[in-house]
Write a protein of this length. Structure first.
Length: 191
């Protein structure tokens, strides 16, 4: 299995996967199957177009696409928002969801986000458990998954680790620390 970015030429496969997700878990998304079915080719193509603030990630196996996640970074608050997260039923409990979220978090850091937010329905305890294991915490507000829906969802937030840039030291005492500060968290704590 690998995680990669979907491109505009793959809009038909992206559409098929998204429709599968909406049919499989209709109460879990802000979108509906009927709305998605009625979108035209231009809308589907533009949803996978190159955009520095948005990406469609897919999980791919030899047999085809088995999962998806969409990430959008809002520049005002430098927060990434995870949407459309779904793993095909036959690929669940194999680390696909975790791999998608890990990839989404990495992409978000490089896009300049300091945090990632998502909503998870109260009917998806397995998904919520996975998100919490990946560092997401409840922000306490609950909201409907979409207008007119009675399905409540929690808003979860994870702080993303800093994007650490290296500095080349060419003085005679280069690397005199013996590599103690190669771990980003240790280096930041050291100052």
């Amino acid at each position: 299995m690998r995680i990669r970015v979907a491109g505009p030429a793959e809009w038909r496969t992206w559409r098929e996967l998204r429709l599968r997700a909406l049919a499989d878990s209709p109460a879990s998304f802000g979108d509906t199957l009927d709305n998605a079915r009625n979108r035209d080719e231009a809308t589907w193509t533009s949803s996978t177009a190159t955009d520095p603030a948005r990406v469609v990630l897919i999980a791919e196996e030899a047999a085809g696409w088995v999962g998806t996640a969409v990430v959008r970074v809002t520049p005002e608050d430098r927060c990434a928002h995870l949407y459309a997260m779904w793993v095909a039923p036959d690929a669940r409990r194999r680390g696909v969801g975790r791999a998608l979220v890990d990839a989404a978090m990495r992409w978000s850091r490089f896009a300049g986000a300091g945090a990632m937010a998502l909503t998870v329905t109260e009917r998806s305890p397995a998904a919520e458990t996975m998100y919490r294991a990946l560092g997401f915490a409840d922000t306490n507000p609950t909201e409907a998954v979409r207008p007119g829906s009675e399905t409540p969802c929690r808003v979860l937030l994870a702080q993303l680790g800093p994007l650490v840039m290296g500095v080349v030291n060419t003085t005679p005492d280069s690397f005199s620390d013996g590599g103690k500060y190669l771990d980003p968290e240790v280096a930041i704590a050291h100052g």
